[in-house]
Each structure stands twice: as C-alpha cells, then as structure tokens.
Design a protein around this ligand. Structure first.
Ligand code: PLP
Length: 375
C-alpha cells in the first residue's frame, strides 16, 4: 500500500500527464502567457459546465470574492453577512474593502449558514450576503435567496469548495453551486476539486452588466486599454493555468465520482462508530466532498488525530479557530460564546484523507484503524 496522503496531486497528474504536458507545451510555444487563447476558451467551457451565462477568470478565489464585492460597490459603511466557520478569505475580502463583516452561525449538521438566523442579522446597512458552500455541500440557498430578494440584498456565493455541486429548489429546478446568487466565486487552488498547478479563480454571473464590470475590475478597471472606468486590481488567470484547467475540466465529473465513491466507502465502513458523527447530506443538495469531515464527540478529536498520525494516516482540522475569534478580526468586537456552533465545530471536526486517487486498500486501512481505535 502506498503512503496515505490528504491529497494526492502527483498520482492524479500522472493519469493525465500526456494531455497536460501537451497543453502546457502548446502555451510555451505560443508564448501568450497573459490572456492567451486558453483563458477565453476555458471561461466558455466552464460557463457551459456550470450553467452560468458569464465567467470571468481571475488570479485566485480570494480575488474572486474581493472583485465581486467591488463590482457591487461595497465599501466603508456597508455590512456584509457571512459565517465565521469558513476559510478566512470569505471574511477577509469584506474587511479589505472597509466594509463590516457581520456573522451568523452555521448549522451543526451541514456546517453551512443557518438561514433561520439571517433575518436578525440584517440591518439597513446590509448590502450583501456571502453563504459558503463548505466542504462541497451547498448552503441552504432557497431561504437565503428568498430573504435577500425581499430585502433587496445581493448574494455572493463562496463556491470555492463546491464546484459542480447541484442544489434543487422546491419548484424542482436544479442549479450548480456558484450560479444561484448574483455572483458565484470559485478557486482553482491545486487541492480544490478543480485545481490548477498554481493559483487561479473565477467569478460567475448571469448579469451582463455585472459581468462587464467584474471583467473590467480584474483588468485595472479598464475596458479599453489605458482607459480606466473603475478603481480595479490586477487579477488574471495565467494562460498556463487555463491550459491545465481546460484539461482537468474534462475530467471533473470523473473526479467528483471518485470523491463520492471514497465518501461512500467511509459512510459504510464507519457508520457503526458511536463516537463519530458522519457528514449529513440534505435532500436538496448533493455533496462533492471537497472534504470528508467527521465530528468526534466527547472531546476526543485531538486524541484520535494523534492516534491516526501515529498509524500513518494524515488528517486535517478545517478550521481550528472560528474567524470571529481570530486576532486579525478582534476589532469586530466578537466574544467567545457569540457563535457557539462554530466554536464547538472547531473543537470537533476532523477531515479524513479525501482525493481522487484513494485506493480500496488505503480506505480499508483508514477505516479499520478508526474502528479499532481504543477511544
Ligand atoms: C480556497 C478558498 C478560498 C480562497 O481561494 P484561494 O484561491 O486560495 O484564494 C475562499 N473561500 C473558501 C471557502 C475556500 O475554501
């Protein structure tokens, strides 16, 4: 059995090496390193895949969030609601623009925004809501979108962990993560479900005017070279990364199938472990398992983590500290106890190895080790 890794990018690359190497060589031969043909082609292919009218590629997922907020004109004096149980970037983008991040807690079964808490967090200053589709499962978008529409608030989806995850509305329509709100943000960080070989990101919208503004902001606020309509940033997807992503997008459905198969193995093999709570999947969303994150009860998470480390099984804690308690965000004035579910999850969650290359013997070893752990 090969050593178990949290993510195995090497084996994944080796499977598609001829395709990727040819795509990269093609870019090298063209020397069109910025805005070469693969960038625009990839944007169109992704738009088609996701079912979004417009895709604007950018430098990374954090920039996608930042540029989305900029395109909506959000700045000092505005409030943006998001969750504290997330990767810091969801909150950072808000703070960088001088707007105030306002938190609502997450649901303890899905790890995503508790829509029932949203209304109380809305004030006349609320300009946008950023639900985060954490670990690959969609937040409960229908009540969030309904409330946002009623109160004239924009919705930016942080879909960085959930590309390709379908969500079904009560009228039967199904949409993918990142295409339900006004704007959706994606990351192509190497370990994401669609990862490139460096940094990359994309912004999706169905609104043509917004798409033009998003694109301009990513290019120094410019639509015509050396004419600047907005204060923008320099955030582009490299041609080399776009070429890699074009290849990998063709395999994304297969990658998602492989993640689901690994998750299925975990569900079956670990369902009897009393002190372990396996991830809950709601009936209106699928799960593409960016992470397979269990909850370890009775304060035993850290003991289990060490035990597994000693047995050669890597695990990760996403995330050990809720953003509202991070030193960088102390000025928001949050206290311990303000978001009790997020705080408890930080003490209970443990993400098991999850990637497209897990073998049956690896999964068997991981599960047997957990089942036999003397906790
Ligand atoms: C990865 C991630 C981001 C940021 O993406 P980068 O490409 O690393 O900037 C934002 N939000 C969430 C939830 C993420 O997982």
């Amino acid at each position: 059995m090969n050593p178990i890794q949290m993510v195995d990018l090497k084996s994944q690359y080796l499977r598609i090496k001829p395709e990727v190497d040819a795509a990269i060589q093609h870019v090298l031969d063209s020397t069109a390193f910025i805005q070469g043909a693969p960038v625009c082609e990839f944007e169109q292919q992704l738009a088609q895949y996701a079912g979004s009218k417009y895709v604007v590629s950018c430098g990374n997922g954090t920039d996608a969030l930042l540029v989305a907020l900029m395109a909506l004109g959000i700045g000092p004096g505005d409030e943006v609601i998001t969750v504290p149980f997330t990767f810091v970037a969801s909150v950072e983008a808000i703070a960088l623009l001088g707007a105030k991040p306002v938190f609502v807690d997450v649901c303890e079964d899905t790890f995503t925004m508790d829509a029932s808490l949203l209304e109380d967090a809305i004030t006349p200053k609320t300009k946008a809501i950023i639900p985060v589709h954490l670990y690959g499962q969609c937040a409960d978008m229908e009540p969030i979108l309904d409330l946002a529409k009623k109160r004239n608030i924009k919705v930016i989806e942080d879909a960085c962990q959930a590309i390709g995850t379908p969500y079904t509305f009560s009228d039967g329509t199904t949409k993918q993560a990142g295409t339900m709100g006004d704007i959706g943000c994606l990351s192509f960080f190497p370990s994401k479900n669609l990862g490139c070989y460096g940094d990359g990101g994309a912004i999706m919208t169905d609104d043509e005017t917004l798409a033009e503004r998003l694109r301009a902001i990513c290019r120094h606020g410019s639509q015509v070279k050396y004419h600047h309509d907005y204060v923008g940033v320099n955030s582009r997807l490299d041609t080399l990364q776009a070429a890699v992503l074009q290849v990998k997008l063709r395999h994304l459905d297969d990658y998602i199938t492989k993640r689901k198969a690994a998750a299925h193995y975990y569900y079956e093999a670990l369902k009897e472990v009393a002190w372990l709570q396996l991830p809950d999947i709601k009936t209106n969303t699928q799960h593409t398992f960016h992470q397979f994150t269990v909850k370890v009860k009775d304060g035993k998470r850290d003991v289990l983590k060490q035990y597994l480390t000693d047995k050669g099984i890597p695990t990760m804690i996403y995330y050990p500290i809720s953003v509202h308690l991070q030193p960088a965000y102390r000025s928001l004035g949050c206290q311990e106890g303000d978001f009790p579910i997020s705080e408890r999850l930080c003490k209970e969650v443990l993400s098991l190895p999850m990637h497209t290359e897990l073998t049956e013997d690896q999964l068997q070893y991981i599960c047997e080790t957990i089942v036999n752990c003397p906790l």
